[in-house]
Design a protein around this ligand. Sequence first.
Ligand SMILES: Cc1ncc(C[n+]2csc(CCOP(=O)(O)OP(=O)(O)O)c2C)c(N)n1
Ligand code: SF4
Length: 251
Amino acid sequence: MAIVFQKPKSLTDAELHYCPGCTHGIIHRLVAEAIDTLGIEGKTIGVAPVGCAVMAYNYFACDMVEAAHGRAPAVATGIKRARPENIVFSYQGDGDLASIGMAETVHSATRNENITIIFVNNAIYGMTGGQMAPTSLPGQVTQTSPYGRDVATAGYPIKVCEMLSALDAPEYIARVAVNNVKNVRNAKAVIEKAFRNQVEGKGFSLVEVISSCPTNWGMTPDKALEWVEEKMIPYYPLGVYRDKSAEKEAE
Ligand SMILES: Cc1ncc(C[n+]2csc(CCOP(=O)(O)OP(=O)(O)O)c2C)c(N)n1
Ligand code: SF4
């Protein structure tokens, strides 16, 4: 019998530690599928973050480096510059990328480093127990905003794609979601493009993936997916924010 669906080669056999219903697992799969499809499994190096994905180094079947506290884009830059023949990606949450790692994110983008960043936005600090993140929505209840995020004191959520698109340099910036089949299929194509851009030497590619955290949102997995659709996507519109090569071709 022909096998029509199986685990990507670029995932190890390790059992994922993510909570039931957490969409980190789907995103891992999409990254692994992109690596398989492009045939770059032998030369890909990943950079893992702090946060729930800290153990991504156990899950991707490629060389992995751990870069604590948001420094992943700087570490990825160093690896890529030293070994330009390798394909280098980072996998980071919103606390990691948009809070403690914001400087590294912006500066690697404005240098158009030829790296691929997978940015998992679940609007909360998952691993540490549900504190407010830079991307928590206005009014969102978290452990550190029990009355809801008050924008007068905590500021507004940071829209990473919109912000980075204001820079001249980056090659590719897109936001996707994985809350339903249609969005997962689109996310797969966008993540693959972000890796292909690097293979083709085009430069900095960041994909923000709207993800769920049922545990710290205090919801069942299916309610969490509804919350993504009803609350997160309206605040964080999906789409391609920058595709420099395509824009040049269209001129
Ligand atoms: C400088 C510093 N501050 C805080 C922490 C604690 N810490 C570890 S992971 C994390 C947040 C992770 O949240 P996020 O990046 O959104 O990833 P998630 O767990 O939601 O996937 C924090 C605050 C730390 N390790 N170092
Ligand atoms: S705490 Fe949230 S982000 Fe972390 S594994 Fe659980 S559901 Fe996923």
